[in-house]
Structures are given as structure tokens and as C-alpha cells.
Ligand binder design. Structure first.
Ligand code: SAH
Ligand code: SF4
Ligand code: F3S
Length: 482
């Protein structure tokens, strides 16, 4: 019988969702209890699912209540200063808890652990374990070490680790959609970014294990997988001698081929992916998307800036014109309905007002469906922190950010208006947040669609006629099932 659930928090603390179930039998068996909380990007949420699997294999149960936990893990993010501050505040709160229950072990996992290493132990006395993103197999041992009263640290970054053989426990799941990590690390060295330092070198996971995982999810009733990586389009797997011996198996697989392998599992399994770096997304990927109806027509293609000089000092390796050509190519091959989103940074080192205007005009050109927008936050140790001056005043960064947000709000609602009056294929994900009489799901372009429940249930594909919209949601009713 299910007695409790595990909660995870997104970086924005917006979505606390129900997750791993703990059975009464597990609790009765006197298992130690783990509470895990995730911050940051989808990769981190996906990693927490691997951590949960590793810990369950080591005979831990998971709990939704930090008050009941023997071990608390925070899977952390370092991308901006405020992401780290959030974790530090959380540690303060846990400190109060630990005073009441001194035996409780606190572990900091993920990017902040990797960035700060043992310094974190000096700065945050409450922390017992520091574990970087490639050390999760070692967590049970680290917990044992911490239980003896010693501080335990593993921040070794690997060139090979992909956790390919570990079946994640689906913490983030509604039972319909799931993440699959296909690669780890990043070799790109964008000058503002801490990820190459916290996640190490880029490596691609064995494609057959990816397909196996997707097939298994489909067999369990899942209907959508999102292939995850910092830069999925540079996915490249080279066969080993063992695979080369078997003539049926390819010896080299690129991202377009991997997409096809996953898309052919079933036409009823939707495939999404994130993130695409504009320099790497190829025509092959776009043609593969076009060829398979079940590969969603939505691309997250972060521009970061609309100005070529800024892009150069960001080390993004493309300029404004090149980015625009990519957008044109996407629309040529996949049509104007293909959803496109971006990430934008305002107030990067030495960015002038004119250069900031270029970001706004690029947005006008593309009219993104959605954007994640940030004020630049200098990260210690990155090329920008070493070589460039963080010289744009905070209030200027913030004002530029507000301008970018205002333009995007307008575009999101214009793009949503285009969806009104049309029929959209929607995969039902569950009840809508506002009312149990309504269901919600997403269309191909990743837009949330809300409609009256009738007799539909999660996992169904339905055709929804959209009749109205807000800047965030499409609203309509089902006209037929698929
Ligand atoms: N791999 C993805 C992005 C990962 S980080 C890509 O290349 O697009 C997610 C986003 O955080 C980035 O796209 C960027 O917009 C933002 N970001 C990264 N470092 C930042 C920093 N130092 N300050 C502000 N935003 C940052
Ligand atoms: Fe960071 Fe650039 Fe790698 Fe994205 S591609 S994770 S922004 S270094
Ligand atoms: Fe944050 Fe690490 Fe992801 S820094 S954005 S959790 S890769």
C-alpha cells in the first residue's frame, strides 16, 4: 500500500510534484529514509532519478517528509548566483532540523558540490557529504562514511560515466512523460557558463541503452520521452569492438540517427529533445523531425544575444546572421508552426544599449513561442570572470531584462493567438491545475492545452479545437480522439 510520496522542487520552486512512493512494507522493514530535493535544469532532475535508484539498491526508502528523513540530499545548481543562494537558504533551514535530530545526514549533490568541492564543507558546517555529478554510484559508501562522523567527499569527474545501466526511478513522473539523459557534460566553453566545470567533458551514452529505456517506458504506459543533454545535437557514439562484430548494429550513431531509432519504437511514443546548440543542429535532424509525426515540432534553440560582437565574446561560435539562417532553415523544412524557444542573457560584459537593442530586434524577427530570460550573473572561474569585466550595473541588467520579458510576453501571446481556431493533437497528461473537471496536456509545439475532461484520461491522444488562449495556455474542447 502506498503511504507517502517524495517531493521535488524546481529551481523556481514553482512545481512541487508528487513522486516516489514508499510502501508500508519498506517502512516496516526499518529501512533508512532518504529525502531528495532537486534544483536547476532538467538534467539535474533526471540525475535525481538515478540517485534514487542507486539509493534504493542500497536499501534506502524514499520519503516526502524531511522531518522523517535519515538522509537529506539537495541536488544543486550553480548556473547563477541566485541558484546557489537558494540552496544556502535551504541549508539554513535544515540546520534547525538537524539541531533537533543530530543524526540526520545532509548531502549536497550536483553542480554546486562540484564547483565548491571541500570549500562547501568549510562554508556550510551542516553539510556531511559533497558529491559531484559523476559520483552517484558512490553515494551509499559516502553515506556510510558520514555515519561514522566523518565528512565524505567525491567530486571526481569522469570521461566515461553515463549511468547507462541504471534504471532511473521516475521521481518527476506523471506516468506519461519521462526524461532520458542521452549525454553528459559539455565541451563548448561559452564564456559565461559554469557547466563545463561542474559537469565535465562531453560524453554520449550507448544508443542501445537509450532505445531500451524508451521501449521499457513505452511498455509501462509512458507516451512521451524527452532526450536530454546540454547540447544534444553534438551527440556522437562510436561503436565498440563488440558492437562492430555484430553487423546489424551501427558502429557510429549521431543525433539524427538516435532520434530516428527512438521515434521508430512506436508512432504512439512522442519524442522531444533539449537543448540544441545553434551551431550543431543539422538539416539531417530537421529532416528526421519532419519524417516522423511523433517527433514533436518544437526546438529549444538558445540564442543568448542578438548581437554578433556579444556572441563572439560569449564564445557562442555563431553570429546573428548565422543564427537567423538557422531559424529560416527550420521554418523552411518544418514550417512556421514549428515551436521555437530561446534563452537570453541581458547585461553581459560590455554590452551597449545598441547591442541590447539587437537582442530585441532578433526576438522581433524570430517571434519565439517561449523564452527563458536572465540577467548576467558572473560565475567564478569561467572565462568571462577571468578575462572580461562584469561592468553593466545591476539596475541596467534588470531594466534590459524587463524589456526582453515584455517583448517576449507579447510574442508568446501572438504565437498562441495563431493556435486559436485550429485543431491540435494533444497528449493528455492529467487533471488541469485549476479544476478537476478539466484535463491538461501539451500539443506538438509544447504548449499547454486545457479542455473539459469528459471521459478522457491521461495517456490518451485527443484532437482539441482551441477556442481561446492566454499568453501561457491554450483552451479548447475535444473534437475527436486519435
Ligand atoms: N546548454 C544550454 C544551456 C544550459 S544553461 C545551451 O547551451 O543553450 C541554461 C541557460 O542559463 C543558458 O542558456 C543561459 O541563458 C543561462 N546562463 C548560463 N550561464 C549564465 C550566467 N552566468 N548568467 C546568466 N545566465 C546564464
Ligand atoms: Fe553552458 Fe554553452 Fe555548454 Fe550550454 S553549450 S552548457 S551555455 S557551455
Ligand atoms: Fe544548473 Fe548544473 Fe543544470 S549548473 S543548469 S544544474 S547543469
Amino acid at each position: 500500500m502506498i503511504t507517502s510520496t517524495l517531493k521535488i522542487l524546481s529551481e523556481s520552486d514553482k512545481e512541487a510534484c508528487e513522486v516516489v512512493k514508499v510502501s508500508e512494507e519498506e517502512l516496516a522493514a526499518g529501512k533508512k529514509r532518504l529525502f531528495i530535493e532537486s534544483y536547476g535544469c532538467q538534467m539535474n532532475f533526471s540525475d535525481s532519478e538515478i540517485v534514487a535508484a542507486v539509493m534504493r539498491n542500497a536499501d534506502f526508502a524514499t520519503t516526502s517528509s524531511e522531518d522523517m528523513a535519515d538522509v537529506v540530499f539537495l541536488n544543486t545548481c550553480s548556473i547563477r548566483d541566485n541558484a546557489e543562494q537558494k540552496v544556502r537558504n535551504r541549508l539554513k533551514h535544515l540546520n534547525t532540523l538537524k539541531k533537533k535530530r543530530p543524526g540526520m545526514i545532509v548531502g549536497v549533490l550536483g553542480c554546486m558540490a562540484e564547483r565548491l568541492k571541500t570549500k562547501l564543507l568549510e562554508e556550510e558546517k551542516i553539510v556531511d557529504i559533497v558529491a559531484g555529478p559523476d559520483s552517484y554510484r558512490d553515494l551509499p559508501r559516502l553515506v556510510e562514511e558520514a555515519e561514522t562522523g566523518q565528512k565524505a567527499v567525491n567530486v571526481f569527474l569522469s570521461r566515461e560515466e553515463t549511468y547507462a545501466d541504471i534504471s532511473p526511478i521516475r521521481l518527476n513522473s506523471n506516468g506519461i512523460t519521462a526524461y532520458i539523459s542521452i549525454m553528459r557534460g559539455c565541451d563548448n566553453m561559452c564564456s559565461f557558463c559554469v557547466v563545463p566545470y561542474t559537469r565535465g567533458r562531453e560524453r554520449s551514452r550507448d544508443p542501445f541503452s537509450v532505445v531500451r529505456e524508451a521501449q521499457q517506458l513505452f511498455d509501462e504506459g509512458y507516451r512521451e520521452v524527452t532526450l536530454l543533454g546540454q547540447n544534444v545535437d553534438s551527440y556522437k557514439w562510436k561503436g565498440t569492438e563488440a558492437t562492430a562484430e555484430n553487423n546489424d548494429l551501427p558502429t557510429m550513431v549521431n543525433f539524427a540517427q538516435l532520434l530516428e531509432m527512438v521515434a521508430t519504437i512506436s508512432p504512439d511514443l512522442r519524442v522531444r529533445f533539449s537543448t540544441s546548440h545553434p551551431k550543431d543542429i543539422t538539416d539531417d535532424v530537421l529532416w528526421t523531425m519532419k519524417k516522423y509525426e511523433n517527433i514533436c515540432k518544437y526546438i529549444h534553440l538558445p540564442a543568448q544575444s542578438g548581437n554578433s560582437r556579444v556572441l563572439k565574446i560569449m564564445n557562442r561560435t555563431y553570429d546573428r546572421d548565422w543564427y537567423i539562417q538557422k531559424i529560416d532553415r527550420i521554418r523552411e523544412i518544418l514550417g512556421v508552426d514549428c515551436g521555437i524557444s530561446t534563452d537570453m542573457i541581458t547585461g553581459f560584459c560590455s554590452e551597449t544599449e545598441e547591442e541590447h537593442q539587437d537582442t530585441l530586434t532578433l526576438m522581433e524577427y524570430v517571434k519565439y513561442d517561449y523564452a527563458y530570460m536572465f540577467a548576467y550573473s558572473e560565475r567564478p572561474g569561467t572565462p568571462a570572470a577571468k578575462k572580461l569585466k562584469d561592468d553593466i550595473a545591476e539596475d541596467v541588467k534588470k531594466r534590459r531584462l524587463q524589456e526582453v520579458i515584455a517583448v517576449q510576453l507579447q510574442h508568446s501571446s501572438e504565437r498562441n493567438q495563431l493556435a486559436v481556431g485550429k485543431i491540435h493533437k494533444v497528449l493528455v497528461e492529467g487533471p488541469s491545475k485549476r479544476s478537476d473537471d478539466f484535463l491538461c496536456g501539451r500539443n506538438d509545439q509544447n504548449k499547454v492545452v486545457v479542455f473539459p475532461k469528459e471521459n478522457f484520461k491521461k495517456g490518451d491522444y485527443v484532437q482539441v479545437l482551441v477556442t481561446e488562449c492566454s499568453s501561457a495556455t491554450l483552451i479548447g474542447h475535444v473534437v475527436e480522439t486519435v
